[in-house]
Design a protein around this ligand. Structure first.
Ligand SMILES: NC(=O)c1ccc[n+]([C@@H]2O[C@H](COP(=O)([O-])OP(=O)(O)OC[C@H]3O[C@@H](n4cnc5c(N)ncnc54)[C@H](OP(=O)(O)O)[C@@H]3O)[C@@H](O)[C@H]2O)c1
Length: 360
């Protein structure tokens, strides 16, 4: 049942940020499922309340399986702990505490104080992973950063002279769209804008609450006014981070609908703070090499995905995936935990989580 609560929570992907994903199953004392709910931000009804409403009187004496600790404070909605207590639920099974340090544990405390049995820890890792963006948002007070690059078997992200190159196949493209769907923002560097002239939209076809915000790090404001990002900025939000004093260009960009954050784009903490201020809980960093290297050097990568195509480019002039300074010793190299390898057509996806340097 806990697994089902996680599945119900996942139905909210793209539709809950900056809130967490939550799912709930209510089971009557007969063992029958009598209610299910998934949280969607705009609906203003929490998963627990949806599942309890469906269950009606059958919730009394039953069990609620909730994917995340029920909240015990008055926010946009009344506390879910209150709803569970008032419905006469006897037992709550929930894998993880709320990662928000201000409220963590308080929901469980309130339920226990009302005589409800609380069981925690079942599928803890899966539940925490489902809300990894929400966790980082609260625990590190910044957006979750997921670095994703497509490359050849020899680690090149394009042909020589950094020309626009599509390395991965159509099956991987589906995965990339689903990654974009999970995130609030997508970020690239100034050179990638010039070389690829990308659109950076979420074409997954799945519903999302807010449009994906396109972010370009561009101190020299080299982005052309006729680029795809600028000409579509009125329909699809576009943020340029730059410390340029070229007021004429800035004014023209703003006229085109671009949001300009006047920060030094080389200061990645300031960049992430500009995103946090705009309530963007997560960002998919899609390159190029210099930007990828800068995030790795700054130890600001929470999750990493490499999509490797079965080709070898070779030569000295084709850029390698990760620029920047790199590691000065093997101990300092980025090591990944929980590495997953998934095949998409002829390509291989490698996804993992960097160990913090002192834990590697
Ligand atoms: N295969 C893939 O997954 C993939 C993905 C993306 C791009 N690409 C390819 O990668 C190539 C472009 O990569 P690239 O490495 O040349 O350029 P890039 O990383 O896209 O952009 C680098 C530029 O971004 C600006 N910048 C702003 N903030 C920065 C920061 N904090 N750290 C570093 N740079 C910052 C700098 O320009 P200012 O001096 O103006 O600040 C710098 O010159 C293209 O060929 C593109 O097709 C491949």
């Amino acid at each position: 049942m806990t697994r089902r609560s996680l599945e119900l929570a996942s139905f909210g992907i793209g539709q809950v940020s900056p809130s967490p994903l939550v799912g709930c199953v209510t089971v009557a004392d007969t063992g029958e499922i009598v209610g299910e709910g998934s949280y969607i931000y705009e609906n203003l009804i929490h998963a627990e309340v949806l599942a309890l409403n469906q269950a009606g009187a059958q919730a009394k004496g039953g069990t609620a399986y909730v994917s995340l600790e029920p909240h015990s404070y008055h926010g946009r909605t009344k506390p879910c702990t209150e709803a569970l207590i008032n419905a006469g639920i006897r037992r709550v099974v929930c894998p993880v505490e709320d990662p928000n340090p201000k409220v963590s544990g308080k929901g469980f405390e309130q339920l226990r104080a009302s005589g409800i049995e609380v069981v925690t820890g079942i599928l803890r890792d899966e539940a925490a992973k489902l809300n990894e963006k929400f966790c980082v948002w609260h625990q590190k007070n910044r957006p979750f950063v997921h670095l994703k690059l497509a490359m050849s078997l020899d680690g090149r992200i394009s042909l020589k002279d950094s020309v626009s190159t599509t390395l991965s196949g159509k099956e991987s493209a589906v995965k990339v769209q689903s990654l974009r769907h999970e995130h609030d923002a997508i970020l690239i560097g100034g050179n990638t804008t010039l070389v690829d002239n990308p659109s950076l939209t979420d074409r997954s076809g799945k519903p999302r609450r807010r449009k994906l915000v396109r972010v370009v790090l561009d101190n020299r404001l080299r982005i052309p006014l006729e680029s795809n990002l600028v000409i579509t900025a009125k329909e699809t939000p576009t943020l340029i981070v730059s410390d340029s004093r070229d007021e004429t260009k800035i004014e023209k960009l703003i006229e085109c609908g671009v949001d300009v954050a006047r920060e030094n784009a080389r200061d990645l903490r300031a960049v992430l703070e500009a995103l946090r201020k705009r309530d963007l809980q997560s960002v998919l960093v899609e390159g190029g090499a210099e930007i990828a290297g800068a995030f790795c050097d700054a130890e600001l990568v929470d999750k990493l995905t490499f999509i490797v195509a079965p080709i070898v480019i070779g030569g000295h002039l084709a850029p390698l995936a990760i620029g920047g300074n790199g590691a000065n010793s093997l101990e300092n190299a980025m090591r990944l935990r929980d590495l997953e390898i998934i095949k998409h057509g002829g390509d291989y996806e490698f996804t993992g989580y960097p160990f913090p340097k002192d834990e590697g």
